[in-house]
Design a protein around this ligand. Structure first.
Ligand SMILES: Nc1ncnc2c1ncn2[C@@H]1O[C@H](COP(=O)(O)OP(=O)(O)OP(=O)(O)O)[C@@H](O)[C@H]1O
Ligand SMILES: [Mg+2]
Length: 362
């Protein structure tokens, strides 16, 4: 009997330690400090002679995929992590998931250091990569879900409840028995999400979850993610090249370019700061004013009696009061440019800054 008592005490203390190791709820959910990751890539020379020489003397080049980034994400935030191709988004998410090790810096997610790969951490996060199939290709998705249930030690009742809820939300219950290879891209993506959520992770890293999907499927996944996040209050970092995803889901946007964080702020801030212009559409009372107004700089289109043009943000009031004093106008719409355009401006500015920095250092 004393042995049993001792075992119980030992197990109990292990459970206590294993449960929430060092996580202080007052700390941010994700805390990244001075994180860097450099890849060493083989530089293949052109031409036969250079190729043969390369067999004996390999030349390497360094790619600073992530370069001294700092980022803090609080519990329940849904953050867009945007940047041009090759900016370092996937590398950052891999570092946060412990798939790769950094060269420098520290990361804590829920009090865990990802690359220590503790089982306790694995049970708390999920990484979904739209470009990578993580399900068993020849088996029905149901089997992959079951496998995840065992890997993450999810009790049977809880597993079934979560699976049924998610399948219903994503409307894929009837597809559970079909081999994954027979599913469409959108159907497969939904299954990928369910597989990733079976263990109810607190933190989700979503790397282009809507890539290649048609607008309807994209919209369904957006709706699902929004409802799911609101219900579970999990912390999500999302990368996507579709601005509709960002508009629908994220209040905060972090922009990375050349491995460095270029901007971190609310979506509205970005539009205010980087859109430069406003788009003005006037519905003229009749076509007589059209000719005079069409001489305005930055004309976009004329669809009589409507005319659309761009005006510098600071000049909207002045330009409109001048037009209204001279012409009869039935309706006025003043809008921000499309988010795609704004973000593309930010990317160009960020890349330009990166190029200038490289030039000054070389
Ligand atoms: N395994 C690797 N070996 C060598 N270089 C790599 C490796 N993975 C990524 N890189 C390089 O690191 C840089 C950042 O890549 P990363 O995949 O993080 O970009 P990304 O922001 O996710 O881009 P995208 O929008 O195209 O997915 C790129 O220059 C890329 O070529
Ligand atoms: Mg990527």
């Amino acid at each position: 009997m004393p042995i049993r008592g001792k075992t119980f005490i030992a197990d109990f203390s292990r459970l206590l330690v294993a449960d929430k190791p060092f996580y202080n709820p007052a700390m941010p959910t994700i805390e990244i400090k001075n994180l860097s990751k450099t890849y060493r890539v083989y530089q293949k020379q052109e031409g036969l002679i250079a190729s043969v020489r390369g067999l004996f003397h390999r030349e390497y080049r360094e790619v600073h995929a992530v370069n001294d980034i700092n980022l803090t994400v609080e519990e329940g935030e849904f953050v867009a992590f945007l940047g041009p191709n090759g900016a370092g988004k996937t590398t950052t998410l891999k570092l946060l998931s412990g798939v790769i090790n950094p060269d420098q810096g520290s990361v804590e997610v829920l009090g865990h250091v990802p690359w220590e790969r503790e089982n306790e951490y694995r049970r708390k996060f999920a990484l979904v990569m739209g470009q990578k199939n993580q399900l068993w290709w020849d088996l029905p998705a149901m089997e992959s879900f079951r496998l995840n249930q065992h890997i993450y030690c999810v009790p049977k009742d809880e597993f079934e409840r979560t699976r049924d809820e998610l399948c219903e939300m994503l409307n894929v219950t009837s597809l559970l028995g079909r081999p994954v290879r027979e599913l469409s891209l959108g159907e497969r993506m939904k299954m990928e999400l369910i597989a990733a959520l079976i263990h109810k992770p607190d933190v989700l890293f979503l790397d282009e979850p809507t890539i290649g999907l048609d607008v309807v499927a994209q919209h369904k996944i957006q709706e699902f993610l929004k409802a799911y996040q609101q219900e579970q209050n999990n912390t999500i970092l999302l990368t996507s090249h579709y601005m509709k995803d960002i508009e629908a889901l994220c209040k905060r946007v972090v922009i990375i370019a050349n491995g460095s964080i270029y901007h971190d702020g609310s979506l509205e801030d970005i539009v205010d700061q980087f859109s430069g212009d406003k788009i003005v559409t006037l519905q003229l009372h009749d076509d007589r004013s059209l000719e005079a107004i069409s001489k305005i700089p930055n004309l976009i289109e004329i669809d009589a009696p409507k005319i659309k043009f761009r005006v510098d943000r600071d000049g909207v009031g002045r330009v409109l009061s001048q037009i209204l004093s001279e012409h009869a106008v039935d309706d006025i719409v003043v809008e921000d440019p499309p988010l795609e355009e704004v973000i593309s401006n930010v990317f160009s500015q960020a890349e330009e800054k990166g190029r200038r920095e490289v030039e000054t250092h070389s």
